[in-house]
Design a protein around this ligand. Structure first.
Ligand code: AMP
Length: 415
């Protein structure tokens, strides 16, 4: 199939041609015609499938049409996404695909001063790409009205819930007009997600691509059993291999990410961390340096890494296994994109074995175990301590926040 067959306008086809995309990805081929018919969509797709273009391209087409009818500049499209990085990337894609149209968009996110954002809103925009908190904030200050929204996209809904944005999303919904088109994307479809989608969508067409396991199948995965205390040594050992030129390392916590960076830097490996405690500028800088090859290892928490768009990332190392199996699929999905070869390595200490079991169940395969490495698991009986009645915690001084012990039902530390 070609983009031409999707009945796109010449301006958009020209821009797509310049991006070098030759044909639509499966989610694009399925979603674009349905969205152009103005139907609601429930899309199950991960980052890396081309889902951004699947909603940005038809939104451009539709808004172009409705704008030509009344010739007014007003906010007709709203895309809400959980992280700043994702918002910035969607904005970039919008400008890229829409560069031969007269449509503009602005990107709204927190963590920076609002002046530039409000200035661009005052000039008039067709589409807003936003994270929920700053969007609500600017609405309350009267800079944004959603009364004329014709097309609404909720992107990465599962992350939105994980990051605790559910109340913000519900508040937002109250400000949207009843008559609108809504698209809802999520990588996973838990009952909670379905419930939220029911509150937003009207008789949606369901589109699913990449069953959860398929990313996992094209990536070369392996696991090293190693004691928690030896993980940094194992990481340094693996980095002795010069083939690992660009490596994305995942930790569960922000503190853990900083600690890994400290150890790597001490051992003369260029590394930086991206997580929620870093300023937007620091994150962008680290990401830029990583992309340019100035930083060899980027250490990230799950949430910070969402939506990072890095081409040809060959290695992902799970320094700590995620306590939610789907996160493993997201993490390793950062490599092996578009059929490129990818390698995903995981470290697993004895307390993480239950997580490994969950992951293997989800991806429906056993991950290859690497034996014979220099730091084999010794403390095989280390167990996740059973839940005990709460007792006052003795302050041990340093490192209190870096416990690797799974924290009850808390699914994520806010990366
Ligand atoms: P996404 O899933 O939206 O994060 O997109 C993943 C990557 O695929 C991005 O780098 C896009 O630029 C790229 N991409 C999107 N659509 C296509 C396409 N039809 N052909 C090739 N690459 C694409």
């Amino acid at each position: 199939m070609t983009f031409k067959e999707l009945n796109l306008s010449s301006e958009i086809l020209r821009a797509l041609d310049e991006t070098g995309y030759t044909s639509p990805t499966p989610i694009q081929a399925q979603a674009i015609p349905v969205v152009l018919e103005n139907k609601d969509v429930l899309g199950c797709a991960q980052t890396g499938t081309g889902k951004t273009a699947a909603f940005v391209i038809p939104m451009l087409e539709q808004i172009k049409k409705s704008k030509s009818r009344d010739n007014k500049r007003k906010v007709r499209g709203l895309i809400v996404t959980p992280t700043r990085e994702l918002a910035i990337q969607i904005g970039e894609n919008f400008r890229e695909y829409g560069k031969y149209t007269n449509m503009n968009c602005t990107v709204i996110f927190g963590g920076v001063k609002q002046g530039k954002q409000t200035a661009s809103l005052k000039n008039g925009v067709d589409v807003i790409v936003a994270t929920p908190g700053r969007l609500l904030d600017l609405m309350q200050q009267g800079y944004i009205s959603l009364r004329e929204i014709e097309h609404f996209v909720l992107d990465e809904a599962d992350r939105m819930l994980d990051m605790g944005f559910i109340h913000d999303v519900k508040k937002l919904l109250k400000h949207l007009p009843q008559k609108r088109q809504s698209l809802f994307f999520s990588a996973t479809m838990s009952p909670e997600i379905i419930k939220l989608s029911n509150q937003i969508l009207d008789r949606p067409v369901e589109i699913a691509v990449t069953p959860k396991s398929s990313t996992a199948e094209i990536i070369n995965q392996s696991i090293y059993f190693v004691d928690k205390g030896n993980k940094s040594k194992l990481l340094l050992h693996l980095l002795e291999n010069p083939e690992l030129t660009s490596v994305l390392v995942f930790t569960r916590t922000k503190h853990g990410a900083d600690k890994v960076v400290r150890i790597l830097n001490k051992n003369k490996v260029n590394a930086a961390a991206i997580h929620g405690n870093k300023s937007q500028n620091a994150r962008q800088k680290a990401l830029g340096q990583f992309k340019d090859g100035k930083i060899r290892v980027l250490v990230a928490t799950d949430i910070a890494a969402r939506g990072i768009d890095i081409d040809e990332l060959a290695y992902v190392i799970n320094y700590e296994l995620p306590n939610v199996a789907e996160s493993y699929v997201h993490r390793i999905g950062r490599t092996g994109r578009a059929g490129a070869e990818g390698t995903a390595i995981a470290f697993c200490d004895a307390t993480e074995k239950p997580y490994l079991k969950d992951i293997e169940k989800l991806i429906k395969q056993k991950i290859k175990v690497i034996d014979g490495h220099p730091f084999p698991l010794v403390d095989v009986d280390a167990k996740i301590p059973p839940k005990q009645p709460r007792q006052p915690r003795r302050n041990k001084g340093k490192g209190g926040g870096n416990s690797n012990r799974p924290k009850g039902n808390k699914r994520y530390s806010r990366g």
